[in-house]
Design a protein around this ligand. Structure first.
Ligand code: ATP
Ligand code: MG
Length: 760
């Protein structure tokens, strides 16, 4: 029976209720995915408010993302049956620490209106210090120092607390430069992201009165996703909870996925030691997923050593098995998923229809998104990217495209402005103004203006020399772009390398840098599908033009990291190949640690699915413009056979390859063999015949197979999409040439292999 006026308790099982009703003292809820940890945490907040234990401003509730914080606020409001007058202390670690630091900035030598630096600012500052210290920043890039300092801050080490064992860092100068950096930040009245926590912890450690004030103030503390806290966050929590010990943490050691950012899963395992007498609540019933999905997830995570080990069960109906399908390359995988999603909206005899809002695609690496975004834009399938920009909106992609634009059309001043000092060439605002003035004076574009400014010595010194080098390069790359014998994919690589852009990210030691480099590689890979740079740039402007946010339903695309805590009725998990997932870096690491974190990520991925989970892999991917054959992920071999259905085209919904199904093998042992089938030229030919549309293929087979097929595949009157000219209708067919009336570009004759069928 629920307490009077507390119907929300009726929605909980006994273990959850225990965690919700044990209002005083430390509580740890340690349980697997989908067992209702977040639900219990939210209900606990409601219960605290409803029983009058705490007012909204006396509850400190920490979540990991802004999205999660918003959702939690909404849920509390819904359960209470009224909108709460704001919970000022419900948010992310960083958002809460900003508020605290504004109140007590003077205690760490800052003013209340301190600014928060982004990575660019941080780096600029560090570069100045590195230069002043006469350090060769070719050998010891400032970005490396930035990465080191970030990690130290994650551990809450101020310069005086960095342990002796770290003295060798950054050529023995790390600690000294870290101290200088902190001094400089204070002079600038600025903090970086890591400082937000470190400063607040320092204040608490050095000012008992302040700490006491907040210990009284935050009468109840709640933390979601506790397994991903780093040392600084952990210390902060321990200090705050140290008095009353009313702290409730929920987490799952199997979902710890931020070790690379300094998170320590040990924090969760140490909870009972830190808070003696803690009530530990374990939840085992999963309310999210079907038995097949749960069994698949459990099968994979079992491969990790040193787990606490939890078994999950569910009352849900059996449902579909986890579906596994191999494709011959990444484009094919994207196309299949696109068509499957279109078909899913209609449902089948055995499956209900799914709305687009109910479907998510979770990728390991953000560069995988490119294939899906391109495909979905082409077929007009609405999607949103969560937790990050769309592929073509990413900083590194925009930078790279700005280089290509400058080379292809030197009059594109906006593009030139973007790249003139990226990477840094010693051309600050003043130098850039000089370039603009010169260009205006002579009535020429900025590239030309830059050339004249250097020639007339309006700019001098190191910046001028670098600028002159850049301008000469742009002219030379431009000539190469016009040369039929120069392959444009190669040229793109040359531009990014010779401009120093690739190197800028190679020297970058922030956690995001490897992902950015992979995105750049993916961009160069994709270029191969176009005739030249110009064609590619037009394609991008066309597809980007197509998008509009009408507030309608959309498929969600996000990384596995961003999907933490979320759930969707249908989930696609593409790219399960060794080297991609688990990532090459994790496989190269000595010991098992890296791969174990990847395996937890696989577990997070599968457990996001409620009803339908589809895992896929490709037999081939293009890496640096070269085709590489891929082995299916080791995690695929760990999926328990009884809960997996190996799909051969056509899929459950018939989205895919047309009528003929391929007689397929279906045991897990055969998967590797199957992948090799996918690699064989014979299989590819079979595919090409079955599929009426031209698709990307290794270049040696492309002409033989595709050209012949593509012609017969099209009919007069058919609506098609061309990578350069967009949508149009075929008016006539002559050999391998099609005459098409394009909606935007007018009537043109084009080669059939660059044309894809499109829906009416
Ligand atoms: P994760 O580890 O993935 O963050 P979680 O343990 O936080 O998962 P929740 O998101 O809280 O799990 O709950 C998963 C789903 O189960 C939600 O849709 C939630 O509404 C539902 N749920 C939780 N507890 C119950 C319950 N006692 N009865 C019915 N449904 C429940
Ligand atoms: Mg949760």
């Amino acid at each position: 029976m629920a307490a009077r006026g507390a119907p929300y308790l009726d929605e909980l099982n006994p273990a959850q209720r225990q965690a919700v009703e044990a209002l005083d003292g430390p509580v740890l809820m340690l349980a697997g995915a989908g067992t209702g940890k977040t639900k219990a945490l939210t209900t606990r907040i409601v219960h605290l408010l409803n029983t009058g234990r705490a007012r909204p401003n006396e509850i400190l509730a920490v979540t990991f993302t802004n999205k999660a914080a918003r959702e939690m606020k909404d849920r509390v409001g819904r359960l209470l049956g009224q909108q709460i007058e704001g919970m000022p202390w419900l948010g992310t670690f960083h958002s809460i620490c900003v508020k605290l630091l504004r109140r007590h900035a003077e205690l760490v030598g800052l003013k209340t209106n301190f600014t928060i630096l982004d990575t660019d600012d941080q780096l600029r500052l560090l570069k100045q210090l590195v230069q002043a210290a006469n350090i060769d920043d070719k050998r010891w890039p400032a970005r490396m120092l930035l990465g080191i300092i970030d990690q130290w801050k994650n551990r809450c080490w101020t310069p005086d607390k960095v342990p002796a064992g770290e003295a060798g860092a950054y050529n023995n100068r790390g600690v000294e430069l870290y101290a200088q950096y902190q001094t400089r930040l204070k002079e600038l009245n600025a903090v970086d992201f890591g400082d937000l926590l470190v400063h607040v912890v320092t204040i608490f450690q050095t000012h008992d009165d302040v700490l006491e004030q907040y210990r009284r103030w935050f009468r109840y503390i709640l933390v979601d996703e506790y397994q991903d806290t780093n040392v600084a966050q952990y210390m902060w929590l321990r200090l705050l909870a140290g008095g009353h010990k009313n702290i409730c943490c929920v987490g799952d050691d199997d979902q710890s996925i931020y070790g690379w950012r300094g998170a320590e899963v040990g924090n969760i395992l140490r909870f009972e030691k830190d808070f003696p007498g803690a009530q530990v609540v374990r939840l085992e019933q999963n309310y999210r997923s079907t038995p097949h999905i749960l069994a698949a997830a459990s099968g994979v995570i079992r491969g990790n050593e040193g787990r606490l080990g939890k078994e999950l069960w569910t009352e849900a109906q059996e449902g579909e098995k986890v579906r596994l399908i191999g494709h011959w390359d990444g484009e094919e995988e994207a196309r299949w998923i696109g068509e499957e999603i279109e078909a899913m909206q209609g449902g089948t005899r055995s499956m209900r229809p799914f709305g687009l809002d109910e479907i998510a695609i979770l990728v390991r690496a953000s560069h995988q998104m490119r294939a899906f975004e391109d495909r979905f834009l082409t077929i007009g399938l609405p999607y949103r990217v969560i937790g990050g920009p769309r592929f073509y909106e990413r900083m590194e992609i925009r930078d790279a495209m700005a280089y290509f634009r400058t080379v292809v059309s030197p009059d594109d001043d906006l593009a030139f402005e973007r790249i003139v000092n990226t990477p840094k060439r010693g051309l600050g605002d003043k130098a850039q103004q000089t370039i603009q003035r010169t260009a205006r004076e002579y009535g020429v574009n900025l590239v030309e203006g830059a050339r004249i400014a250097v020639e007339e010595k309006r700019l001098t010194g190191k910046g001028a020399a670098q600028l002159s080098f850049l301008v000469d390069n742009i002219a030379r790359w431009g000539r190469m772009a016009g040369d039929k014998d120069v392959d444009h994919t190669e040229l793109a690589g040359i531009i990014l390398d010779e401009s120093g852009y690739t190197e800028m990210w190679q020297n970058d030691k922030t956690p995001e840098a490897p992902g950015r480099l992979e995105n750049l590689k993916e961009l160069v890979n994709h270029l191969e599908e176009f005739e030249n740079l110009q064609g590619f740039l037009e394609h991008v402007s066309l597809v980007m033009d197509n998008e509009s946010d009408d507030g309608g339903q959309k498929v969600s695309i996000m990384t596995l990291h961003a999907a933490k805590g979320l759930e969707f009725p249908a989930v696609f998990l593409p790219g399960w190949e060794d080297g991609l997932f688990p990532s090459q870096r994790s496989m190269d690491e000595s010991g098992l640690k890296g791969v174990e974190e990847e395996r937890r990520l696989a577990y997070v991925g599968i457990t996001r699915a409620e009803e339908l989970c589809t895992i896929s892999f490709a037999g081939n991917r293009r890496v640096f413009g070269q085709w590489q054959s891929q082995m299916p992920s080791r995690f695929i071999d760990e999926l328990p056979e009884a809960h997996v259905e190996v799909l051969t085209p056509p899929g459950l919904y018939g989205g895919g390859y047309g009528a003929a199904g391929m007689g397929g093998t279906s045991t897990i042992e055969n998967r590797v063999a199957e992948a090799n089938v996918y690699n064989s030229p014979g299989w590819k030919r079979l595919q090409a015949r079955r599929d009426h549309r031209p698709v990307s293929q290794p270049s040696e087979t492309r002409h033989a197979v595709i050209d012949a097929q593509a012609v017969s595949a099209h009919t007069v009157g058919e609506r098609v999409f061309h990578q350069k000219f967009g949508y149009g209708r075929i008016e006539a067919i002559e050999g391998d040439k099609l005459e098409i009336a394009f909606e935007k570009a007018g009537v043109k004759k084009v080669v059939a292999k660059f044309v894809m069928g499109a829906d009416d």
